[in-house]
Design a protein around this ligand. Sequence first.
Ligand code: ATP
Length: 376
Amino acid sequence: MARLRIEALSKSFGGTDAVREVSLDIADGEFLVLLGPSGCGKSTLLRMIAGLEDPTSGRILLDGRDITTEPPQRRDLAMVFQSYALYPHLTVAKNIGFPLRARRHSRAAIAERVERVAATLELSPLLDRRPAALSGGQRQRVALARAMVRDPGAFLMDEPLSNLDAKLRSATRAELIGLHRRLGATFLYVTHDQVEAMTMATRIALLNAGAVEQVGTPEELYDRPRSTFVAGFLGSPPMNLFPAVVHSRDGGLRVRADGVDAALPIADRVDDQPVIAGIRPEQLRLDPDGGAVRGRVTMVENLGSEELVHVEVGATTLCARAPRPAGARVGEPIGFRVDPAHVHLFDPDSGLRLTWRAPSDTAAPEPDAARAVPVP
Ligand code: ATP
């Protein structure tokens, strides 16, 4: 059992606010990923939870118990580092059993537990080797086994896959998902890799400059980004964002920019409201006669099964993702259809997502109160 509650946690290093008032509730058995660009405070936040860094202010609660000032060994949390931190002179078995020896468990109890954990992670044939004779993936599994051997309430992981090559990383991602399901333990996992976050997390907390920008399931963050920062961070390539104007025409609302004129599923009446419009690359559907977005192809990138088509549209360049061959040729005009449900709108000043009344909403729009409002 491990329910973690972080309350207004902050950390300053001299003049640098590395973590700013972060509050999070992590349920027992969750796989919460702390995601964000380099330097946003992910590692500092995890290290404070592990007890390796003292917070400047705020509290950390584990199953309701305040552990903010407890030493790391008394927290019932196990940490797995990017560097694995294995002892080179000890065998795999001794490395895995180390936390139990430090707690003076009996020799027989340690041997039994090490064998069980090694079997779970398919390390049994390697127990007599030393770390230097293991591959990167095997070392990473030993580090995991050493964390598991104590049966901790929660696992704290700081970029544990970043030293692995692409193929092994994808295989280890699948292993970690399976391990989390089998153990039913709480996982708190730091990464800057959105693919790791999207594939493994039950929820993602996206950090920006030390503060939480959005917390939610991978689908919530991808489908309803709370801000232009979230929209621009998730997705590869990220969402196309460009300045536009929303206005009423022919009884409906449309979003318009140079080369863009798309309908919106919105019941509110608005006159010439400036917005930042967003469309994901996979939502730009190639259509030679499509009128919603029109431009000129500047570059085509071949990804194997798909192509990225870069298109100059007015003053901006948009990117579309389409199955290969998309049939786009550099220098030629091109058109796209846009499903109105997939157009995102953000406030140009705050960058926050704008909410509007959908046509299906029963309440009749109040003409005077019909301006879009940012989501709180
Ligand atoms: P990365 O993905 O690059 O590891 P991160 O999101 O984990 O980045 P942190 O390592 O938590 O970021 O660092 C957050 C900020 O705090 C950075 O500006 C960093 O330079 C600063 N920082 C971290 N540790 C210290 C320290 N011991 N002394 C001074 N500044 C620090």
